[in-house]
Structure formats: structure tokens, C-alpha cells
Design a protein around this ligand. Structure first.
Ligand code: 3H9
Length: 695
């Protein structure tokens, strides 16, 4: 409405300077009222005979961080951002932009339409549109190459990376670095415009020589790096138009932007964007996290070393304990190897690596953990072992220390029961490799204190991870592994019924999964699941269909990559499918009288997803996950689910509940124990609506 509209953009006159300020917390997104406000303010300042220079800046933590993503997918509202930018560029008086924080996307585009730009120190500019499935749609693809040249522009726009102020200055995106508050810098910028320190010019008026060879080189890179993603490719189609007069180029850009808007990848990527933020909205959000100045880790295997690495990278001093010196030596090698990897990936400098290693203390004494504020146990996955460790921690840890277990299946309450302080105990379930994977499941037992939960989330934030709250359900596996153990069976059933594991993997990788299930099992090792199966054999319902393939491989000593053989061969004998697999499957089919049949890639994908969605729905139904969007975040960040498809339950909404129910009922004709329609999905199919309504 009219009242709120003007208050988001204000004009203040200081002498002959019109200061236009934007105030739309939290990130000054350019929603309809900001766009209208900018338009009106530029009009007013241009028409005011007492004004000779116009300076735009923003209040709060950042200059405009982009278009308002919440408006995407709804009917667009005038004035459109490209028109606002055009209005700024055509203003008869010099308009300068003072930027701070993260002027991203449409925010940077507004600044590029000004006649000059001043960035405060610490500013990071960028065009991250490709990350949410669109391209810059307000002149970014046309004005950036005019200022920086083709190569820099292609890199910035296809990767969406943030460019620090100094680099933006040398690349020509900004003209000067300013100081003080955004308002002070805006006043200074107006003075510089008058005294000639800043030279106003029309970005749109700059002419570029075509350089198709540079664009083609980027096309190849994009094809290699971003495979199925459409937006980076489409962004180059737009950049190429920067040889046209600005008005025509912006029109071409707008058409491509609209195509991207209608692409389902856009909806999936924006869902993933909001999922990352939604997961921190937990019942414990109001609780005060406990202060964590130092961390401890029990166990220096691959998992414990990865967790310790992650803590070191977040800046904590870390004490790691192991049973003996051999264990400690292995842990030290693993952590320094991990840090080497971080240096190679450009996440850490050589000095940073040395400094991080300097913060690592190794000990064989549990007492060394007495000062740690938060301790993660990452020992062998066995209840008695873990209870023993927690009882020992109970006697040395300081009061109020958060005691976490990295268990993937065990009951948190039973582990906590070994201590006198179950309120301080929770699950922090990391994903291998722990210093790389972004997911952290925070598993909460009934007795866990809200402050301990809040501390887990605060730790994740410092480590740059996406924390998802999991209620400690009784069936085990929290969110991710619970769903995984279910849909993995669907893959095994298809293998038994006629689809070769390598073919199943290929079909799922084509769909977008980072890795098919058999390749993934080879990577993580078949032995642990084998031990689990034997442990749980007596609890298995008699109606459950069994696939003996994995047992046969394990009985053969083939545990996957670690032994060189699993579903595939790894090294020595070559790299294709393990020939034993086909033989084992034939033997098993013969024993059980199964006639193998054909599976199309589409059927493989449909069955796998229906299985995943079914169990995911149950996890939501039972309250193990707070919302469907939490499950989606788990799969995108921990299980190689393609980000551009949003997650399993976003996919469920795309496919539609009625269709999913029909599929599951069809599959149930063969196996009614495994294929059951979750009541929640049935309700959606009958009553309309989808998982989106529960987010
Ligand atoms: C674009 O510009 C298209 C144009 O080229 C063409 C148009 C025609 N809209 O991340 P945070 C919310 S595409 C709406 O926790 P931080 C966010 O959901 C856009 N809301 O803070 C959260 O809400 P809540 C290009 C947005 O400090 C709150 O703000 N721009 C938007 O860690 C705080 O966010 C981008 O893609 C938005 N654009 O990080 C930038 N952005 O509190 C996307 C944020 O209710 N944004 N919110 O959960 C970011 O990368 C980060 O949010 C940013 C701040 C770096 C800005």
C-alpha cells in the first residue's frame, strides 16, 4: 500500500546532493515497493532544480542483495527492475551508487546503471542468479562485460562467485573504495563527482568488440562443469548479446531470463535456497547456545579425523583422543592429509594450515578432554563401546559441556543413559568426508536440553554446515539413513528382478544423482551394513523380500573400494562392473525361480524415487523431521540428490501425490509388504495439496 511503499526508499537533501536511501530489511531485496520507490525518488531528484548530484545508498547490513526471490513464480509487478535500471541510466543528472555488504544480482545491476560506483571496504559483489536457476535479468549480462571485458564477465556470471571490493576495483566494476558509513560515503561520492575525482559515464554507452572465441571457451567450461544445469549456459547466450546497443541487449537478456523463470530447475534451486534457511527454524531457536571456545573428539578414524578437521577449519582448538599411539599417529596423518586437501582446493593457505595443525592436541587420556566445551564421540558403532565412552566422559567433562555422539543408527537416549547428565547429550551426525560434506544431522532425544540443541546448530553455522534437526525416532537412522536404508532395497529388488546394478546406477546418475546406490555402497564399504544385517536378522519380518547379493559379495571378502572389489572392480583387475555380480544374481534368481525382466531407465528412476518419497513421507508423518523441507535439505546436502530438483519431497510435489499413489499401488501388486502408500501421501492424493503446504 501507499504508506509502506514510500518509506522503503527515502530522499534526503544535503546542499545540492539528493541522497536516496533504501531501507528494506533484512537484505534490502528489490521488491515491488523498493523498485517503485527508486523510480519515484530518481524522478523527484531529477526534477528538483536545487539538486545537481544524486547518490544512492542503503541502510542496514547490505546494499540491495538482489531481486526479491519470494516474488518469483508470481505474476510480475511493475515497475520491472530492468526499467528501473534504465531510468537510472537515463537520468539527466549524475547518479552515483555507494555499495556495501553484498550487492548481489539485481542490487549490483542497479549500481551498474549508475554513472559511477563507490564500494565500502569489505563489500562483495556478485551475480549469483545461476545458483537459483535464472540469469541476471536487469542488465547484468550487458553491463558487466562493458566494464570488465568478456572473460571476467563470463567467469563471474557463469559461476555466481562473489568478488571482493579490491578485485572489483581492479576489474573495473567499481570506481573507488570509500570509507565510513554508507551515508558518509554517499556524501563524499557526491563531492568527488563535483570535483572530478569520479568521472561519471554511461555504462550502457560503452561499445564492445565481439570476441566469440572467449565465449566459446566458456561454453566448453560450462558444459564440463555444470552438465545438466541450464542457467549457466543460458547466461552465456545473454552475455553474447552485449555487442548490441544496450536497449536491445537488455531486451534479449529479459527474454532468456523469462525462459529460465519457467524452467523447473529454477523452482528446484529456489526451494533448495529456502531449505537451507528453513532448517534453522527449530523449536529450540529461542534458547541461548552455550559458549564453545574449544572442542574435543573421541576417536581418530576417518570420521573422527574429518570432524576434527572441520572444527580446526572453523578456528577451534581441538583435542582428539585415541586408545593408543598408533591410533594417534593415524589420526595426525589423516588430519594433516585433510588440511592438505583444503589447501589444494583453495580453502586454506599454507600458513593457515600450519596454524590449524598447531591448534590440534592429541592424547590417549580421556582426562585431556576436561576443558572442552563440546565433545563429539566418533568411535566404533557399537552401543556398549559408546556407553563406555560416555560414562568415562561423564567423569571428566566440565559441567555444562555438550556431549555429542556421531552415531548413525543407535538410540541417543540409551547412550545418554550412561551419563549422569542426559540433558547435555545429543547426536551430531556428520557425513563422510566430514570436513567436506555440508550436512549435519542434530539428533535430539527427549531429555536433551534446548540449549544443547541450540549449541549444535551454532557449531554447524561456524563450520559452514547445514544443520537439520532430527527427532530421535525409534526405528533408527534419523532422517537420512532411515530413508536410505529403505530406498536402497528398491534398488536391490530391481537388481534381483533383472536390472544390472551398473545399469541402475547409470539411470539414476542420468537423472541427476551424484552417485547411484551401488557405486555409493562400494565407496562407503559393504562390511558395516553386513554386520548390521546379521545383528538385526532376528527382527526382520518374515514377509520381507530378501536379496542375497550383498551377503554373497561380503562372504567372498569383497567389501567395495577398500578391498578393490564390490559391485564394481576398483583398480587391479580393471574398473568395470564386477563379473561375479551377474553370476551371483543369476544363481539367486535360479534358486528362487525368478525370471529376469527388462527395466527401462524411466522405470528405474520412478521406482527409486517412489521408494525414497514413501519413506521420506513417513519420516515427516512420525515427526522425525520437522517439515518436508528438512528432508529435502538432508538429501541435497548429504546424499547427492541433485540440487536443481529441490529434494525428494519437492520432487513429490512436482510429480503429484495422485500419480505417486498410483505408482506405488501398481508396484505393490508384486510386493505388498515393501510397497505401501504412506497415509500422508494418500491424504494429499485424496484431498489435494502437497508437501509444500506443510513447510
Ligand atoms: C535477481 O536479483 C534477479 C535479477 O537479476 C533480475 C530481476 C529482474 N529475496 O541468507 P540469510 C532472506 S535474483 C528475498 O540468512 P546472510 C532470507 O531468506 C537474486 N529474501 O543472511 C532470509 O530470510 P529469513 C540474486 C531474501 O547474511 C534473510 O533474507 N540474489 C533474499 O547469511 C536473511 O538471509 C541472490 O541470489 C532475496 N534475494 O546472507 C542473493 N536474500 O530470515 C541471495 C535473502 O526469513 N541471498 N533473503 O530466513 C544471499 O545470498 C544471502 O541471503 C545474503 C545474506 C548473502 C544476501
Amino acid at each position: 500500500d501507499g504508506n509502506t511503499r514510500m518509506s522503503e526508499v527515502e530522499i534526503e537533501k544535503v546542499g545540492a546532493t539528493a541522497l536516496i536511501s533504501i531501507d528494506n530489511p533484512p537484505v534490502n531485496a528489490a521488491g515491488q515497493s523498493v523498485r517503485q520507490g527508486l523510480w519515484d525518488a530518481v524522478d523527484a531528484a531529477e526534477n528538483d532544480p536545487g539538486v545537481d548530484v544524486i547518490a544512492i545508498y542503503a541502510k542496514g547490513r547490505t546494499f540491495i542483495a538482489g531481486a526479491d526471490i519470494r516474488e518469483f513464480g508470481k505474476p510480475p509487478l511493475e515497475p520491472f527492475l530492468p526499467d528501473v535500471c534504465d531510468r537510472i541510466e537515463r537520468c539527466g543528472k549524475p547518479v552515483v551508487a555507494v555499495i556495501h555488504g553484498t550487492p548481489l544480482g539485481g542490487g549490483l545491476e542497479v549500481a551498474l546503471a549508475a554513472k559511477a560506483r563507490v564500494a565500502l571496504e569489505g563489500t562483495r559483489v556478485g551475480l549469483p542468479e545461476v545458483n537459483i536457476g535464472v540469469i541476471p535479468g536487469a542488465g547484468g549480462t550487458q553491463r558487466v562485460p562493458r566494464l570488465t571485458g568478456w572473460d571476467f564477465a563470463c567467469g563471474m556470471i557463469t559461476t555466481g562467485r562473489q568478488v571482493p571490493a579490491e578485485e572489483a576495483l581492479s576489474a573495473g566494476l567499481v570506481d573507488r573504495i570509500g570509507e565510513g558509513s554508507p551515508r558518509d560515503a554517499a556524501l563524499a561520492a557526491a563531492e568527488w563527482t563535483r570535483d572530478g575525482t569520479l568521472t561519471p559515464r554511461d555504462t550502457g554507452g560503452i561499445e564492445l568488440d565481439p570476441a566469440p572465441e572467449i565465449i566459446d571457451a566458456w561454453r566448453e567450461r560450462v558444459e564440463r562443469k555444470h552438465g545438466p544445469l541450464n542457467a549457466p549456459r543460458r547466461a552465456l547466450d545473454a552475455v553474447e548479446k552485449a555487442v548490441l546497443p544496450i536497449g536491445e541487449g537488455v531486451r534479449e537478456e529479459r527474454a532468456i531470463f523469462k525462459d529460465c523463470m519457467d524452467d523447473p530447475q529454477r523452482a528446484g534451486l529456489i526451494h533448495a535456497f529456502f531449505a537451507e534457511r528453513a532448517v534453522s527454524k527449530i523449536p529450540e531457536a529461542g534458547a541461548e547456545p552455550r559458549a564453545v571456545a574449544s572442542c574435543g573428539v573421541v576417536g581418530g578414524g576417518a570420521m573422527g579425523s574429518g570432524i576434527a578437521t572441520s572444527m580446526l577449519l572453523a578456528g577451534f582448538p581441538v583435542t582428539l583422543t585415541e586408545r593408543d599411539d598408533d591410533g594417534l599417529n593415524r589420526a595426525r596423518r589423516a588430519v594433516s592429509g585433510n588440511l592438505d586437501g583444503a589447501v589444494k582446493r583453495g580453502k586454506l593457505t599454507a600458513d593457515g594450515r600450519a596454524e590449524a595443525l598447531g591448534r590440534l592436541t592429541l592424547s590417549t587420556e580421556t582426562a585431556a578432554l576436561a576443558d572442552a566445551d563440546l565433545i563429539v564421540e566418533a568411535a566404533f558403532e557399537d552401543l556398549d563401546v559408546k556407553r563406555g565412552i560416555f560414562s568415562a566422559l561423564d567423569s571428566v567433562a566440565k559441567p555444562g559441556a555438550v556431549l555429542a555422539t556421531n552415531t548413525s543408527y543407535l538410540d541417543i537416549a540409551e547412550i545418554a543413559g550412561a551419563t549422569s547428565r542426559p540433558a547435555d547429550v545429543l547426536g551430531l551426525h556428520f557425513f563422510a568426508p566430514a570436513h567436506v560434506m555440508r550436512l549435519l544431522e542434530v539428533a535430539v532425544a527427549d531429555a536433551t536440553a534446548p540449549e544443547a540443541v541450540a549449541t549444535g546448530f551454532a557449531l554447524a553455522k561456524r563450520m559452514g554446515k547445514v544443520a537439520v534437526r532430527a527427532g530421535a525416532g525409534t526405528t533408527g537412522g534419523f532422517i537420512g539413513n532411515r530413508v536410505l536404508s529403505h530406498y536402497r532395497k528398491a534398488a536391490e529388488y530391481m537388481a534381483l528382478d533383472g536390472a544390472a546394478p551398473a545399469r541402475i546406477d547409470a539411470a539414476l546418475e542420468d537423472w541427476g544423482f551424484a552417485m547411484g546406490p551401488f557405486r555409493a555402497m562400494d565407496l562407503s564399504g559393504l562390511d558395516i551394513a553386513w554386520a548390521n544385517r546379521r545383528r538385526l536378522a532376528s527382527t526382520r519380518p518374515p514377509e520381507e523380500r530378501l536379496v542375497g547379493l550383498a551377503d554373497r559379495l561380503c562372504a567372498n571378502g569383497d567389501f567395495g573400494r577398500k578391498t578393490g572389489r564390490g559391485y564394481y572392480l576398483h583398480g587391479g583387475e580393471g574398473r568395470g562392473p564386477n563379473p561375479d555380480v551377474a553370476r551371483f544374481l543369476e544363481e539367486e534368481r535360479a534358486e528362487r525361480g525368478i525370471a529376469p525382466r527388462e527395466f527401462s531407465a524411466g522405470e528405474i528412476q520412478d521406482r527409486y524415487l517412489a521408494a525414497m518419497i514413501s519413506e521420506a513421507a513417513r519420516v515427516v508423518e512420525e515427526g522425525v523431521a520437522l517439515r518436508p523441507i528438512d528432508v529435502d535439505a538432508v538429501f541435497v546436502h548429504g546424499y547427492g540428490f541433485p540440487r536443481w530438483r529441490g529434494g525428494p519431497l519437492h520432487t513429490a510435489d512436482v510429480v503429484g501425490a495422485p500419480e505417486l499413489v498410483a505408482r506405488i499401488e501398481r508396484y505393490a501388486a508384486d510386493d505388498s509388504h515393501y510397497w505401501r502408500v504412506p497415509p500422508l501421501l494418500r491424504e494429499m492424493a485424496d484431498g489435494g495439496g502437497g508437501f509444500r503446504d506443510l513447510n
